[in-house]
Design a binder for this molecule. Structure first.
Ligand SMILES: *[C@@H]1O[C@H](CO)[C@@H](O)[C@H](O)[C@H]1NC(C)=O
Ligand SMILES: *[C@@H]1O[C@H](CO)[C@@H](O)[C@H](O)[C@H]1NC(C)=O
Ligand SMILES: *[C@@H]1O[C@H](CO)[C@@H](O)[C@H](O)[C@H]1NC(C)=O
Ligand SMILES: *[C@@H]1O[C@H](CO)[C@@H](O)[C@H](O)[C@H]1NC(C)=O
Ligand SMILES: *[C@@H]1O[C@H](CO)[C@@H](O)[C@H](O)[C@H]1NC(C)=O
Ligand SMILES: *[C@@H]1O[C@H](CO)[C@@H](O)[C@H](O)[C@H]1NC(C)=O
Length: 723
């Protein structure tokens, strides 16, 4: 049997193979055994403790060591192991065990797309402060040789850095990428492209002449050029395991990162904080150590309740469009030109291909033809593209936008585009009217989009199923068609086996791309305010956000579109401590054993009468109340703001109300005499009988003439009584 030392825990492939073999025979599954904070005693050895526990349940020394997959031993206590159901139950009853939960697979929040905006290059920067900021990325690794990550002009890592370069085979760090660890595969090298893309969005160098087949040309630039990157790789092409994610949190917190960026999450909205694949737990520990975790909201929109980023201490980021839109044109044989959506790098060079005429026979569930009828032709597809059409010989495809989101669209594997139903019908009737219809799918081009920013259809919407009383997502950031670094091992369309193209820069869409924009902004704020708490940084980014065009819907964009220039100087912040979050967990109705499990804090006690309605008093930068239908209400909400603007300042309140409620704020003026001074105020919301399911959006703004500190007020009238 394999003898383990701490080094071996990184070579998870070897261990997993051994354990998987055992699992076939004995029906073992991987469980994460979570044991809260590490004991203080210096003599405590987590690994021997964990092995001892496994020995107790298996009765064998050798077996125990082969079942242990990984020990968490740096920032919190616990381990991942292969267990039978019976062993799981035994371990769950052991002393010190806060919880045992199954290891689940999470996914990176992407699928391809374009454009890169960030802070303008000439923005005011605290260069020394910025080069001290370390962003940890939990992702698919990184391509260390990319021009986006060279370290020309970088000093050695900041002194506080306790991490290491353990990136595995043929992986070298530098003064930009200052640390690397992997929990999947044999190195931290990125063979998916996702991790290189996200890291370069937040903190990549300025790279001139980056582009993607001439569609989006220009400079690829990260938000914080001088910041450092620490790579943690719990994900690969197959997804991410929560055992790996927790291990990555454990390491990153101990290594000393400042911001954690997670462009990943579950595919289904978690119904509880402890069902989100370890992210609530890992990020709680990070928060307790002063580290803000930023996470993508999810790509499961546009339906309500589709949000997969739920932890109240996380900054959850929705995805929005930028002022550069990528379109694709279709020219029919009769000269008509239709404008569709896709990132299509293929140039037809003036060739029109025949449109397949397929009568009413169905080639597959989505494309309307038989295989023999589509070779060398362009095929019409009813709801979405089917790669099988391409494999069967179609040279192009025209897809009807079915109205539902199938996630972000991105770089195409072969020429195709999506058309609105109306335009699709134009093509369909043209095709029916002729015996030899033909069409040319043009190469994509960039145009200006005056309607930007708007929230992308695919971006997951709140309210969150797990905690509907808290407004989520928190903000929105660019996440549609972002050009950034990529891995030359992956194909730009994501179909590595069918697509021979390899690129250094790729266009991808997703809340995965929005997240690192927000992480970069958090790092930018941190570079000016190194001592701000995670909640203060969050508040600064949220209350300075710009309002979004179009109908109000805070459940799609949170407080609005990120506004980095203002975020460094918010005037006031709504701060929250670890203790406040523990109290929130009590009010959410979790018992102390669950709270210990999430927080790792074994000394937690809840106040005498915790209650869900008290959640509204948690000092968030947003205000949300839930009320019953057709029942008048009169509620008071408490908030505390901390002055981070001018020492001597006076803020006036203004309320933008909405019909159905009367909102008043007391006091109406807040006067501050010093920096860091705190002041409290009360918001009273009085409403009449409102119909079930109505959602009212109002807002309040504190202004000193220079700073405008905006909070939305949301009144959610429940559809039915919540038990
Ligand atoms: C710049 O960063 C340094 C180092 O973190 C910090 O001490 C200093 O206060 C910052 N300066 C400004 C103007 O924010
Ligand atoms: C290390 O990886 C780089 C990038 O793939 C490659 O160019 C180089 O040949 C590799 N070196 C070794 C020794 O494998
Ligand atoms: C169009 O021309 C370019 C340059 O000659 C060539 O690389 C490309 O393959 C052509 N496209 C098609 C669809 O034939
Ligand atoms: C705490 O809550 C969980 C989940 O609702 C439940 O399984 C557990 O028995 C509770 N523990 C105590 C001590 O009440
Ligand atoms: C709001 O205030 C107005 C004026 O005082 C009053 O007529 C109205 O009934 C109030 N609405 C509610 C919902 O209380
Ligand atoms: C706040 O309100 C007072 C009284 O209306 C006014 O004199 C003062 O100029 C206002 N201050 C700001 C910053 O708007």
């Amino acid at each position: 049997m394999v003898k383990r030392s701490s080094i071996i825990f990184f070579t998870c492939i070897v261990i997993l193979l051994i354990c998987d073999a055992a699992s076939d025979v004995e029906h073992r599954k991987t469980y994460v055994v979570y044991m809260g904070s590490l004991p203080e005693e210096s003599s405590y050895s987590p690994i021997s403790h964990h092995l001892g526990m496994l020995q107790q349940v298996t009765g064998e020394t050798d077996a125990a060591s082969s079942l242990l997959i990984r020990s968490y031993k740096r920032s919190f206590n616990g381990f991942a192991a292969k267990l039978t159901e019976e062993q799981r139950e035994k371990i769950a009853r052991m002393e010190g065990v806060a919880s045992v939960f199954p290891n689940t697979v999470l996914h990176t929040h992407t699928t391809r797309s374009w454009d890169c905006i960030g802070l303008v290059e000439s923005v005011k920067r605290n260069v020394s402060g910025e080069s001290d900021v370390i962003i940890g990325f939990l992702d698919t690794g990184i391509w260390p040789e990319s021009e986006s990550f060279t370290d020309k002009g970088f000093a050695p890592p900041p002194k506080k850095w306790k991490g290491t370069c353990a990136g595995g085979k043929n992986f070298t760090c530098n003064n930009k990428i200052i640390g690397a660890r992997f929990y999947r595969g044999d190195s931290a090298r990125d063979d998916v492209g996702h991790g290189s893309h996200t890291a370069s969005i937040a903190a990549g160098n300025n790279v001139n002449g980056a582009g993607f087949y001439g569609i989006a040309e220009g400079t690829a630039r990260g938000g914080v050029l001088s910041a450092r990157i620490a790579v943690y790789k719990p994900c690969d092409n197959e997804g991410c395991s929560d055992a790996g994610i927790l291990a990555a949190f454990d390491d990153a917190i101990a290594d000393g990162v400042d911001i954690l960026s997670l462009s990943l999450g579950g595919m289904f909205p978690p119904d509880d904080l402890y069902n989100d694949g370890g992210i609530s737990i890992g990020s709680f520990h990070a928060m307790a150590k002063g580290i803000l975790t930023v996470q993508s909201a999810g790509n499961e929109g546009p339906d309500p309740n589709s949000l997969t980023s739920v932890a109240p201490w996380i900054l959850s980021v929705a995805a929005s469009t930028t002022d550069r839109q990528i379109i694709d044109k279709l020219v029919l044989g009769n000269g008509a030109t239709l404008v569709g959506d896709s990132v299509n790098a293929f140039d037809p060079n003036g060739t029109k291909y025949p449109l397949a005429k397929c009568k009413d026979r169905i080639y597959s569930d989505v494309c309307e033809c038989l295989k023999s009828e589509i070779q060398g032709k362009t095929v019409l597809c009813n709801t979405r593209i089917d790669i099988k059409a391409h494999e069967a010989g179609a040279v192009g495809a025209i897809v009807k936008d079915s109205g539902v989101s199938n996630g972000p669209t991105g770089v195409t594997l072969f020429p195709y585009l999506t058309l609105s139903p109306k335009e699709y019908n134009v093509v369909a009737s043209y095709s029916r009217s002729l015996s030899n219809p033909e069409a040319e799918i043009m190469k994509s081009e960039s145009i200006a989009d005056d309607n930007a920013p708007r929230v992308a259809k695919f971006s997951s919407r709140g309210p969150s199923v797990a905690v509907p009383e808290i407004l989520k997502p928190d903000i929105t950031a660019p996440g549609v068609n972002i050009l950034a670094a990529y891995s030359p091992l992956a194909s730009p369309s994501g179909h590595d086996d069918l697509d021979p193209r390899r690129v250094k820069y790729n266009i991808i869409s997703g809340t995965s791309m929005a997240c690192p924009h927000a992480s970069g902004i958090a790092a930018y704020v941190k570079s000016f305010h190194p001592n701000w708490s995670p909640a203060a940084i969050k508040s600064a980014i949220m209350t300075t956000a710009k309002l979004i065009n179009g109908p109000k819907d805070h459940f799609s964009y949170g407080l609005g579109h990120v506004n980095p220039m203002q975020a460094v100087d918010p005037g006031l912040v709504y701060d929250l401590s670890k203790q406040d979050y523990l109290e929130l967990l009590c009010n959410l109705g979790y018992n102390t054993s669950i709270i210990k499990r999430i927080s790792g804090d074994q000394s937690v006690t809840c106040p005498k009468s915790p209650a869900r309605p008290l959640i509204r008093n948690t000092n968030f930068p947003s205000i949300l109340i839930e009320e019953q239908s057709m029942k008048p209400f009169d509620v008071q909400i408490n908030r505390i703001v901390t002055n981070v603007g001018f020492a001597n300042s006076e803020y006036n309140v203004s309320v933008q109300s909405t019909s159905g409620v009367n909102i008043t704020v007391e006091p109406k003026v807040l006067s501050f005499k010093s920096f860091s001074e705190k002041q409290s105020f009360v918001v009273r919301i009085v409403g009449g009988k409102l119909p079930a399911g109505s959602v009212l959006f109002a807002s309040l703004v504190w202004s000193d003439g220079t700073h405008n500190v905006r909070s939305p007020i949301i009144v959610n009238i429940l559809k039915s009584t919540r038990g």
